[in-house]
Design a protein around this ligand. Structure first.
Ligand SMILES: Cc1cc2nc3c(=O)[nH]c(=O)nc-3n(C[C@H](O)[C@H](O)[C@H](O)COP(=O)(O)OP(=O)(O)OC[C@H]3O[C@@H](n4cnc5c(N)ncnc54)[C@H](O)[C@@H]3O)c2cc1C
Length: 415
């Protein structure tokens, strides 16, 4: 079967890899000159199976409301005359219901564990270098209330089978001595030893090259303009700069935040909305003062991961449509907070800023699987966790396209 994968981000390339393993002929179409140049380019780098708490929860609502409209706060909502934005918001409130929240957390943990196993197997098989650090993730808390909330999440995730421990400040300092120099107040932590970090862009580019070596064809610099539908099936893909259709037996839409725009004319509506996030990458000055263990600063919803001789800082969530421009206040907030946490670590005068659009669903659960059109499949909506869940989602999608149910307890679309 000839499968055309739309998009060469983490999800598109993972899907292409596993589809090829299933024996399909695979073509990938991407508007950028290479793989992983949009949202998968400079993310927070965390492989964070133990941090899958959905945003939508009754506990986070008051905080979201407090932050919602301040230029430099971790979460910023810019109301727009955009029905999709308001519909997404309404569904987000529904997902805050405790039973929904627990369900979403369990589902994300299942997918995360499945993905972790898939990525470990792939690492052993193909040996990709991606600045991986397998030393766990430390989550820092600044107030007793935050620490108690984080500890409850840790206990639940541990109960479900993936260890995440509540630890004291002293224990955290033993795990990551670079925290000894911090000037920001924090009182306690949780620690997830099985988590880690690595460069998603480097991984995805290398995996795309491995795909090419196995015969997967990549059409870079070509935009998908639309899909041709005949008698209830997709027959091909319309591409920029090409007069004829690219024929397909099956199509996988992995266009991140842009997936809903392509599928809407075919009557497929999905609750995926772009949530802008920022990162800053700074060169290390004193490596011993920079963390090796990946860190999450719960108070500012920022993450810190060491990538070679740089430190990657990422965070913030801005609901502002498809605008990817950098906002100075939000960029500065990343640097100022890092300067407090790791004052001596890096050259903060030389940041490289970046912004990307998380393809977010109200539940945080991605959309993987079938649509109402039998030969059109989805792999999108991975929001804050696409790097963590990327490999497993690609593997699961390939199984579904091949007519099998994936071996993971997750509610796949259309199954
Ligand atoms: C600031 C930030 C920090 C993050 N940190 C983490 C983290 O620490 N851990 C984690 O697990 N996740 C993290 N994420 C989330 C993760 O990066 C995303 O979930 C993931 O990259 C989404 O991948 P994707 O393949 O769905 O989308 P993308 O990477 O955006 O890929 C979609 C591709 O489709 C292409 N495309 C779109 N439209 C068209 C078209 N019409 N024609 C042709 N091509 C098209 C785009 O060019 C793009 O390459 C973070 C995200 C952000 C923004």
């Amino acid at each position: 079967m000839h499968v055309v994968v739309l998009g060469a981000g983490i999800l598109g390339v993972s899907s292409a890899w596993y589809l090829r393993q299933e024996g399909h002929e695979v073509t990938v179409v991407e508007r950028q000159p290479g793989a992983a140049l949009e949202t998968s380019f400079a993310n927070g780098s965390q492989l964070s199976v133990g941090h899958v708490e959905p945003w939508a929860s009754l506990e986070t609502l008051p905080q979201l409301w407090k932050w919602g409209f301040s230029e430099s706060a971790p979460v910023l909502f810019r109301p727009r005359a955009d029905l999709a934005q308001w519909q997404w918001g309404a569904r987000f409130f529904l997902e805050c219901w405790p039973a929904r929240n627990r369900h979403n957390l369990r589902q994300l943990l299942n997918l995360g564990l499945y993905s972790r196993a898939a990525q470990q197997a792939l690492r052993a098989e193909v040996g990709i270098e991606f600045q991986a650090i397998d030393r766990g993730i430390l989550n820092l808390y600044a107030t007793p209330a935050e620490w108690a909330r984080g500890s409850r999440a840790a206990a639940e995730i541990t109960r479900l089978g993936y260890p995440r421990h509540r630890i004291t400040r002293e224990e955290a300092l033993r795990i990551e001595p670079a925290l000894g120099g911090t000037r920001a107040p924090w009182i306690g932590a949780t620690y997830t030893p099985g988590d880690g970090s690595g460069d998603a862009h480097q991984w995805t580019q290398a995996l795309a090259e491995k795909c090419q070596a196995l015969g997967v064809v990549f059409h870079f610099n070509q935009s998908v303009l639309g899909l041709a539908e005949e008698a209830g099936r997709i027959t091909g893909v319309r591409l920029s700069g090409r007069e004829t259709l690219l024929g397909a037996d099956a199509v996988v839409a992995a266009l991140g935040s842009y997936t809903p725009l392509l599928l809407r004319p075919h009557g497929i509506r999905m609750p995926v909305y772009p949530v802008k996030g920022y990162s800053a990458t700074v060169p290390l000055l004193r490596p011993e003062a920079a963390p090796q263990v990946s860190i999450t600063d719960d108070a500012w919803k920022m993450v810190f991961s060491r990538l070679g001789d740089t430190l990657r800082i990422a965070g913030t969530a801005e609901f502002t449509g498809y605008d990817t421009r950098l906002n100075e206040a939000r960029c500065n907030a990343l640097i100022e907070r890092t300067r407090l946490l790791f004052p001596e670590a890096a050259d903060y005068g030389q940041p490289t800023f970046w912004a990307g659009l998380r393809p977010a669903t109200p539940s945080n659960r991605p959309l993987i699987g079938r649509t109402r059109i039998p030969n059109l499949f989805l792999n999108t909506g991975h929001g804050t966790l696409g790097w963590t869940t990327g490999c497993g989602s690609g593997k699961a999608l390939a199984a579904i396209v091949s007519g099998r149910r994936p071996e993971v307890d997750f509610s796949f679309s259309g199954l």
